[in-house]
Each structure stands twice: as structure tokens, then as C-alpha cells.
Design a protein around this ligand. Sequence first.
Ligand code: SF4
Ligand code: FES
Length: 323
Amino acid sequence: MDSNLLKVTIDGRSIEVPPGTTILQAARMIGEHYPPAMCYYTPLKESGGKCRVCLVRVAQTSEANPRPMPKLVASCLTRVENGMVVENESSPEVLEARHGVVEFLLINHPLDCPVCDQAGECDLQNLAFEHGTEQTRYEEGRREFDKIDIGDKIQLHMTRCILCYRCVFTADQITNERVHGVLNRGDAAEIGTYIKHAIENDFSGNIVDVCPVGALTDKTYRFKQRVWFSKPFNAHRSCDKCCGEVVLWIKNNDVIRVTARKNKFGEVEKFICNDCRYDHKNLEDWVIGEAAEIERDSVIRANKYKTKIHSPAVQVDAKFVSE
Ligand code: SF4
Ligand code: FES
């Protein structure tokens, strides 16, 4: 073993990782069964620690300190120590806590999946499917907000927001000026009114991509299509503002939406500019590549289809085949 590496065992599987690695990152390195994350987002500094869905049990703190940690800890913030033993899915206590967190997140989140554009690629929908309960015990009044137009391209449904702060960090870290944030605290917390100005920025559309739920939606795509009826293709173009590498969501040879590409953790690695996202919705604008691999569990990934791209790369036809 490299003396600089730290050994951690998660649900019986061990891995050696560099100092500074968090439990969540180590679990992702091991493979499929990593804790869910609704607020942590690798490219965004200081993200994490807000939603608590990534809680795990540390059964042994380290080789030098074999005692368990007294409470469940947020795996996205807790760093690995040498000899640490962690329980994720193997702990009934963790699974029960996750049930509780989902129940809390759904207290104010409306169950409007049938009319929400995020349905089919919503982290909360997936989380509720795996860890939710059939009924709520909540009987109090729920928070209500009017929808807010953030310029002409983005709409905020504050009732769906889970206050993960991802959009705030995105605006803070990849745009020139952040003009929105979380105002107030506790039950009164909301994404702030100054968000209207964020639309001025060339990269403001990225807050839609990082939002884990349907709180921030692309107005140019609203109600156009259920996402699983469109076909995602990787495409690129030469752009002087961003990498120009996107996913085109195509229906009947029309580009109905342009998004950044996400990895298997649902995270954008290369943010894209608003020109690519909103102003290039013709197939002729893009060099179209392979059908995009949607690696995360989702209804889109459930659709296995073959693609035919006719030359020149302007006509795209995707044909579903049964497994
Ligand atoms: S609007 Fe979306 S990204 Fe922003 S804090 Fe709410 S849930 Fe998170
Ligand atoms: S992902 Fe760890 S607290 Fe949200």
C-alpha cells in the first residue's frame, strides 16, 4: 500500500484514496452503490452539506480510533481517515434516515411531476422512488410562491426548490457577477429576487442544468415534450465563449432543447454559454455525433434505441428497439 493513501471500507468493499477524499467521492470510485446527493456537485466549490440525503454511518472512525462516530454523517463533507469503515446501504439506520430526509424534502415540494418539465430527469423523483413513502404525514399549510420569470429564458418555481444552493454557487463561480441568492432562513428561505438580473450573464442558463428538481426551468422548452420522448445526441460547434460541447434533445428532426453534457453522477463537467443553449436550435448549426449515453438511472436510459444519422449531418432519425 502506498503510505500516502488511506484505506476506507464502504459496505464491505475497500479502496485506497488520497488524503482529502470524502466518503462520497470514495464510494463513487468504488462503483455503483454510492450515496445519493442532491446538493453536492463536484465542479462547484463548497457545495454539499445542505440536503442530508448522503448520510452514512461510520462504524469505525479510523485504524487508530476504532470507535464509531456518534451520529450519522454527511458523506459529501466527511473526509476519509485511514482504516475507516463506513456503512451506506448496508445500514438500516442510514436507510431509515434517508426515508426521513425524503419525507422532509417532500413537505413543501408539490407532486406535480405529470406537468413538470424535469420529470424523467429529476433527482428528487428518483430519490422518492427509491426512498420515499407512499403517504405523507404532513398536515400543515405548505409554502406557496408565485412563479417568477427570470428574464425571457428561465422560470423559477420556488415551490419546487429544495434549497440546495447549487444555482447560487453556479452563478457565483462561473458567471461574472452573482445577483441572486438565498434570502431569509428556515421556513421563509427562498431564492432571492435579484435573480432577475442573472439573465444578463452569458452563462446564466447553467443554473437550469444544475438544479436537481424542476425549480428552475428552461422557458424555451417548457411543456414542449416529455423528456423521454426526445432523443439526446452529443453535438459540438465552434464557440468563442464556451467549449461548444452539448447534448441536443431532438424530436422529429427538430432541436427542442440544448443542454450541457452530464456525467454518470448527473453533474455538468463543462458549462456552456447561452448562445449555444438558446440561439442555436437548428440541426445545421451543429456537428452531430453519437446518441448521448445517459448513464444515470432514468426513464431516458431505459429507452434503448439505435440511431441513424444521414449525411450531411442534418437529418437525425432514432429508432427504438426492444431489449
Ligand atoms: S432553484 Fe434549484 S438549484 Fe437553486 S437552490 Fe432551488 S433546487 Fe437548488
Ligand atoms: S449531498 Fe451531502 S448533504 Fe447534500
